[in-house]
Ligand binder design. Structure first.
Ligand SMILES: Nc1ncnc2c1ncn2[C@@H]1O[C@H](COP(=O)(O)OP(=O)(O)OP(=O)(O)O)[C@@H](O)[C@H]1O
Ligand SMILES: [Mg+2]
Length: 534
C-alpha cells in the first residue's frame, strides 16, 4: 500500500507536472521533506534550489550559488529567480516570516508570470514552513500540502540504519588489535517483538526525533529499549502543549462504578478498534460524547477507556489553542490531530468541550478558540480514518454548537446522570477498594448518599478514614461512612434547578449511560432519581 509520504511525493510530482507555480508545504521536518522534494522534482524533471535568508541560494547539493549581492533579501531574490533563474523548483525556507505587502505582491505576480513561460524556463516557488497559516492575499494562488510524519516503514528504516551503524562501529572496534586484550563487545540484536515495540514507541515523531530517541536509548541503556523511546516521545508530545500524554487509570472499565450500558457500549467498540475488525470491514469507531451532571464519572471514563483498550491516552487541551494570531490555533489543532493519528490507535480526550468549542455565540467570549478551530475539529471528526477514538466530555450541553451533535461526528451521545441506587453502592465499593478496605453493612449508605454525585460519594471515603485514623487507627466502619455522608450538602440540592434543566435537554437527545431502575419512588432533584425498594 502506498504510504502517506509516498502519496505526498506523488502529489508534489503531479502538481509540478501540471505547472503549478506556487506551492506551500507544511512540515516541521525541513531536511526530510527537502530530500523528498528533490526526489519528486527530479521525477518531474525539475532541478531543486533552496533559499533562506542566511545562506542565500543553494543548489541540490546545498552548495551556495551566486544570486547577486541581494541574495539574502527576499524580494530581491524573488526578482532574481524571475529574471535569471533556471528551470527549477525553488524551495523558499521560512519565506512566510518575510511577508509584507511588497513580498506578497511580488509572489502573486511571479506565480502568474511563471504560468505562461516556456518549458525550459518553467519555475515553481515552494514555500516550506511549519505553519499552514496562509495570508488571505495568497489564499487563491497557492496550493497547500501537508507533509505527513513518517510511518512505520520509514521509522523501521531509521531504526535499522541506527542498529547497522552501531554494529558496524562495534565490529570495527573489535577488529582493533589494541582491543584483543579487552573483552570484545557484543553486537546489537533486536528480537522481532522488541523491534516492533521500538517502532511503535517512536510513531508520531519526526524522523530526526525518532533517531534522537533511539540514540538516547543506546547511550543510556546500551540497547534499544522501547520504554526509553516512549518516555522520550512523551517529552516531545509535551512540547506541543496542545496535547498532553496522560497515564490512563490502570483499573480499566472496572474503575468505573455503575454506568453499565455505557461500559457495555464501550466494550463492544473495543473489538471494532482492532486490526482484525478493520480487515473485516468495520469502520473504526470515531468517538463518544459524554454529557452530564458534574462529578459523575465522565473524565474518569475517559481515563479508563484507554487502559481497558490498552492504547495510549492523549488529552487535547483547547485552552492551549488560544492564540492571538489568527490561524495559529487552527495550525495547532491540525498539528495535534496529525500527532494523534500517528500515535493511533489511541484515545484522544477532549475535556469540557463546551468551554472551548461553544461556537461563536457560545460562552467562551474573547480569546476563545475561533470558529475556524471548531470547523477544523468537525471536519477532522468526520473525515479521519486512523483509529483515534475521541472521548469528549461536557457539562453545559446547551452551549454546544448543534453541528457537533449531528450524526457522523460522534458515534453516540451519552447522558451521565446522578448515580442510581445500585450505582451508588458500586461507586462506594470501587472507592473503598482503592484504599484496600472492605466494609460490611454498607446497605445503609445507599439511603445516606441519596442525590450524591459520584465525586461526592468518593469523597466520603477519605473523610471517614480520617475519623477512623484519629480514633486510634481502628477499622473503618459503615458508621464512619454514614457520618461523613451526613455532612455533605449534595450538588443536586444546591443546584437542583440547573440539573433539572440539563436533564430536560438530555431526555430527547442523549442515550442514558445508566440502567434505569424500576420506579417506586422518586426523590432528589428533578424527579428522575429512580429508586427501587427491593
Ligand atoms: N461512576 C463512578 N465510579 C467511580 N468513581 C466515580 C464515579 N463518578 C465519579 N467518581 C469519582 O469522582 C471523581 C470525579 O469524577 P469525574 O472527574 O470523572 O467527574 P466528571 O463527570 O468528569 O465531572 P465534571 O463534569 O465536573 O468534570 C472521580 O475521580 C472518582 O473518584
Ligand atoms: Mg470532568
Amino acid at each position: 500500500m502506498e504510504s502517506k509520504a509516498q502519496k505526498a511525493n506523488n502529489d508534489i510530482k503531479a502538481l509540478l507536472k501540471a505547472r503549478n507555480t506556487l506551492l506551500w508545504v507544511t512540515t516541521r521536518e525541513e531536511f526530510r521533506v527537502e530530500q523528498a522534494i528533490i526526489m519528486a522534482a527530479g521525477q518531474a524533471k525539475y532541478p531543486t534550489f533552496f533559499w533562506d535568508c542566511a545562506s542565500g541560494m543553494q543548489n541540490m547539493e546545498y552548495e551556495i550559488i551566486d544570486a547577486g549581492r541581494q541574495a539574502t533579501d527576499p524580494t530581491e531574490v524573488l526578482k532574481w529567480i524571475r529574471d535569471k533563474g533556471d528551470r527549477g523548483v525553488y524551495v523558499m525556507r521560512d519565506l512566510h516570516k518575510w511577508f509584507d505587502p511588497q513580498t506578497l505582491r511580488t509572489l502573486r505576480n511571479l506565480a502568474r508570470g511563471f504560468q505562461g513561460g516556456s518549458p525550459d524556463k518553467a519555475k515553481t516557488l515552494l514555500i516550506l514552513s511549519p505553519s499552514s497559516d496562509v495570508p488571505p492575499e495568497l489564499a487563491g494562488h497557492v496550493t497547500m500540502l501537508e507533509y505527513p510524519l513518517p510511518e512505520r516503514d520509514e521509522i523501521a528504516r531509521i531504526l535499522n540504519n541506527i542498529v547497522e551503524a552501531t554494529n558496524a562501529a562495534i565490529e570495527k572496534d573489535n577488529a582493533d588489535p589494541e582491543r584483543q586484550e579487552k573483552r570484545k563487545k557484543e553486537s546489537l540484536v533486536l528480537s522481532d517483538e522488541k523491534r516492533d515495540a521500538a517502532i511503535d514507541a517512536a510513531l508520531g515523531l519526526t524522523s530526526e526525533e525518532a533517531a534522537n530517541c533511539y540514540a538516547k536509548s543506546l547511550v543510556t541503556a546500551k540497547e534499544i529499549d522501547p520504554a526509553i523511546v516512549s518516555t522520550e516521545k512523551k517529552r516531545v508530545v509535551a512540547r506541543e502543549k496542545v496535547l498532553t500524554w496522560i497515564d490512563p487509570d490502570p483499573r480499566g472499565l472496572e474503575g468505573i462504578g455503575g454506568l453499565a450500558p455505557l461500559k457495555a457500549w464501550l466494550s463492544k467498540r473495543k473489538s471494532a478498534f482492532s486490526t482484525s475488525a478493520k480487515e473485516f470491514g468495520l469502520p473504526a469507531p470515531k468517538g463518544v460524547l459524554l454529557a452530564g451532571v458534574p462529578g459523575c464519572g465522565k473524565s474518569l471514563t475517559a481515563k479508563c477507556i484507554a487502559s481497558a483498550w490498552g492504547v495510549p491516552l492523549l488529552r487535547l487541551d483547547f485552552g492551549a489553542l488560544r492564540d492571538k494570531f489568527v490561524g495559529e490555533s487552527e495550525r495547532k489543532i491540525r498539528n495535534a490531530f496529525q500527532l494523534a493519528e500517528s500515535v493511533a490507535p489511541c484515545v484522544l480526550w477532549a475535556d469540557e468541550i463546551e468551554k472551548s468549542l461553544g461556537g461563536s455565540d457560545g460562552p467562551q467570549g474573547d480569546g476563545g478558540v475561533s470558529g475556524d478551530a471548531l470547523g477544523t475539529f468537525l471536519t477532522w471528526m468526520q473525515d479521519h480514518t486512523a483509529p483515534v477514538f475521541v472521548v469528549a466530555t461536557a457539562n453545559n450541553v446547551a452551549g454546544l454548537p448543534p453541528e457537533l451533535l449531528r450524526k457522523g461526528r460522534f458515534d453516540e451521545l451519552f447522558w451521565v446522570d446522578l448515580p442510581t441506587k445500585v450505582e451508588r453502592m458500586a461507586i462506594l465499593k470501587t472507592n473503598l477498594k482503592l484504599v484496600n478496605r472492605e466494609v460490611s453493612g454498607l446497605e445503609r449508605l445507599v439511603k445516606a448518599t441519596e442525590g450524591f454525585t459520584g465525586a461526592e460519594i468518593a469523597a466520603i471515603v477519605p473523610e471517614a478514614l480520617f475519623e477512623a485514623f484519629a480514633d486510634e487507627k481502628r477499622t473503618l466502619t459503615a458508621d464512619d461512612l454514614e457520618k461523613a455522608a451526613a455532612t455533605v450538602v449534595p450538588l443536586s440540592k444546591t443546584a437542583a434547578e440547573k440539573i433539572t434543566a440539563l436533564r430536560e435537554w438530555a431526555k430527547t437527545r442523549a442515550r442514558p449511560a445508566s440502567t434505569p431502575e424500576t420506579v417506586t419512588s422518586t426523590s432528589g432533584a428533578g424527579g428522575r432519581m429512580i429508586e427501587t425498594d427491593d
